[in-house]
Design a protein around this ligand. Sequence first.
Ligand code: NI
Length: 433
Amino acid sequence: MSDLLITGGTVITVDEEGQIFDPGVIAVRGDEILYVGPAGGELPPYWKPQRVINAENKLVLPGLVNSHTHAAMVLFRGNGDDLSLQEWLENKIWPLENKLSAEAVYWGTLLAIAEMFLSGITAFADMYFFPDAIARAVAESGIRAAIAPGLLGISPDSATRLREAISFCQEWNGAAGGRVTTMLGPHAPYTCPPEYLAQSLAAARDIEVGIHIHLAETETEIRGIKDQYGVSPVAYLCRQDLSNVHILAAHCVHLEDADIDLLSQNNINVVHNPGSNLKLASGIAPVPRLLTAGIPVALGTDGAASNNNLDILEEARLVALIHKGYTGQPTVIPAEEALKMATANGAAALGLKRKCGRLKAGMKADLILIDRQQPHLYPRFNPLSALIYSARSSDVDTVIVNGEIVVERGELCTLDGEKIMHMAERQARKLLQ
Ligand code: NI
């Protein structure tokens, strides 16, 4: 890790004032941002960079955050499209998941990380099985991740799984120079009975980690929880003791007004997954209403088996477009809001609000450079518009996580892409046998 000076680019800070420096400079010392400001601004005296990165013709912005995924599900990509949710889960996904091994999850997660790096993602929130294998892949690759072992309260070994998950969280929280953080992942209201959910929440509070849960994703879930417990899934979660536990809730597609109030009152971080919700025909989340209620909605891809890629720039464009069409209001979710959802709100969802998601002195150096020297990005007017409505994730040129360069000129620096693709293909075929 060397001290970097990034100079000459259009710096989109996503700070509270929405400042853009064009051209701007960013000084990185070790794993932290030391200075962000206009070109010619005052750099700290006596500080000399070891490397200068010329960001001319580049947009410089905080790294994108994938706030809900199941990374290793890239192994199931393209296996079972255009099916109903139940048929897809029961006939395609669950039989394969039963055959998963730590080795398969390790290579699957590395494949997902390679894909995420190349599309400008610097951090992700994962919920899946074999969390040690996930953590190893995260530690080796250089990415940042909040890892939640998936927990099914209805499975016969649920108590053992919870105990193992607690040990995992304690062992890995803060590992790899702080890049690995952990959460508990009670899967969803329909797979976690009240007692199990209460135990998960109590454990999370006790060991000071957050909770990552699916919530109010489909109409079937709403009906099921209402039939069984007489309340909505959001109310089902919120009648638990949520005090002093950070909650990341993925989806929140089907909400009543009272649910939105509950999400807001309980400071729940909602993660919107537009691509997955469209592909599985789950519905369209009331994102503009959530944002109006002050809920910092973040963006996720969900697993690649229901998307079918891990591309947050694509989700940012989707969120900006879908809700305009759905509400009939072209003013909802402007480009600036979509970018905030993909960066600062993502960091908040992962419980890393003070660490990353914005370009500001004192934050961890998680940032990306996007090549603007492309026909589809000319003429050069509003950089936010270019980024959200015109840019492609293949325009990502450089990716820096925790001060370390992980992608340069569109090439992976810390991972052997060829080997990972080969090994992941082999693991995926083994599962299908
Ligand atoms: Ni999911």
